[in-house]
Ligand binder design. Structure first.
Ligand code: EPZ
Length: 419
């Protein structure tokens, strides 16, 4: 397993181009199962999760060209194997499209993961509302329906994945589907924009009420040639903006929509950050030591849980006290013990963390536990005097394209070595 060696403290300089969003790409790749035609993509990110999801599509009979195109014309399987699904919980997103197009699907229940149990009950209740018969057997979801019927579905929680799965299931259902209390994340809007390329009539994506007018799959005519471009990864962008602030640098983070991380920008400015917003970029200016603050993670447009760990790293070197309450996942503080090993003063109480800003961190070998926690460790290492060793960086490869190269181009002293 590879590890990263980072020599700090470091200053960063220049521009970093953000890659396409992992969390927009995954549901869009699942949605290709709905359409019997070849679909090209302009900017799929080179992430292990994306390459893995394309293997899942291939296992269902799709033709794929690595990170370039998917052709689901010849998809002939509706069974997603445990061995595949257990490695990535987003695989559950094949359930909706398979059920909608083929009237059946057998998908392994995703295991939990480091940040929580992450059940799929909201997905399954919604599929039943659309008329599917759902049986849970031997760790698999077995779903069947002659043809799904449009329905009014009110989500117990604005689950991102459930909203996406149900939008896709509704595409070939008979009649109109209304999803209320829907998730409002930008990735939902990107999925809707992708589906509209194929003539889908979807209204309200990005709001909490989404309607989808179902169509008859038998009357589907292949769309014009589709070459789709995915939105920039707002979480990756937030990570680099925080890297610029922690290292007191002047950098420009480009190729994403700043309004997709308004809640993050608002918090950073409140802490004293000097930021300038451009059309598709945020420019970070040296801002000195920032002031601690308090955040609650929440569904969009609230503060994103996926930036919680990275912000905590910044809070760990800011003035005074900060407070973080994690309201989305039950176990998303795995980065805390590792940050404490690097000298940060963080105490945990149930779903809250109290951070006392520190001036000096100390280099230590640390371990990645989940994707965003890993990013927090990198950020801390960039400002720590000495050589830090970050282990188990396969977590990072899931969601940060060419992280080492991008940080090196910005001036960081970082090397990826075989452990
Ligand atoms: C998506 O996960 C993202 N993943 C996550 O990003 C992100 O943290 C999360 O949304 C919240 O924004 C992808 O888009 C691939 P949820 P998802 O369904 O869809 C509970 C990253 O780092 N819940 O909105 O799984 C669930 O347990 C990843 O890129 C149910 O109880 O998130 C969690 O506590 C991590 N029942 C909460 O809702 C359900 O049926 C939010 O889950 C579904 C969810």
């Amino acid at each position: 397993m590879d590890k990263l060696i980072i020599k700090g403290p470091t200053k960063l300089k220049g521009e970093v181009a953000i890659s396409a969003s992992k969390n927009a790409t995954l549901p869009i790749l699942a949605a290709t199962l709905l359409f019997p035609e070849k679909i090209e993509f302009k900017n799929l990110p080179g992430l292990s999760d994306i390459k893995f999801f394309m293997q899942i599509l291939e296992s269902l009979g799709a033709g794929i060209e690595d990170l370039k195109s998917v052709d689901c014309t010849s998809v002939n399987k509706t069974y997603a194997d445990y061995d595949l699904v257990r490695k990535m919980r987003a695989s559950i997103l094949v359930l909706g499209p398979l059920l909608s197009r083929f009237g059946e699907a057998v998908v392994s229940l995703p295991g939990g993961c480091a940040i929580g149990s992450r059940p799929v009950d909201i997905h399954l209740t919604g599929m039943e509302a659309l008329g599917a018969e759902i049986i849970l057997e031997k760790g698999y979801v077995k779903a069947k329906a002659d043809r799904l019927k449009g329905a009014k579905i009110d989500l117990d929680f604005p689950s991102v994945g459930a909203t996406e799965n149900l939008m896709m299931a509704a595409v070939w259902a008979e009649g109109e589907t209304l999803i209320s209390n829907a998730a409002r994340e930008p990735e939902i809007e990107d999925l809707a924009n992708f589906l509209k390329e194929f003539g889908c009539d979807i209204q309200g994506a990005g709001t909490s009420r989404i309607t989808i007018k179902g169509r008859d799959f038998k009357s589907y005519k292949p769309a014009k040639e589709i070459k789709y471009s995915i939105i920039g990864d707002r979480i990756e962008a937030a990570t680099y903006i925080i890297a610029g602030l922690m290292t007191d640098s002047h950098i420009k983070v480009t190729h994403f929509h700043p309004e997709h991380i308004k809640a993050v920008i608002d918090v950073l400015i409140k802490m004293g950050a000097k930021l300038e917003t451009h059309d598709n970029a945020i420019e970070v200016f040296p801002s000195g030591k920032l002031n601690g603050t308090k955040i609650d993670t929440a569904p969009f447009p609230g503060f994103p849980t996926d930036v919680q760990a990275q912000l905590m790293a910044l809070m760990g070197i800011s003035n005074g006290l900060s407070f973080v309450r994690e309201n989305i996942f039950e176990n998303r503080f795995m980065h805390v013990p590792e940050l404490v090993r690097m000298g940060m003063d963080i105490e945990l109480e149930a779903s809250a963390a109290i951070i006392e800003g520190q001036t000096n961190l100390s280099p230590a070998p640390v371990m990645c536990t989940d994707l965003r926690a890993s990013a927090a460790l990198i950020l801390a290492a960039l400002v720590t005097a000495g050589e830090s060793e970050i282990n188990r960086i396969y977590h990072l490869d899931r969601g940060y394209e060419n992280l080492c190269g991008k940080l090196k181009d910005l001036g960081a002293n970082i090397e990826r070595v075989k452990a």
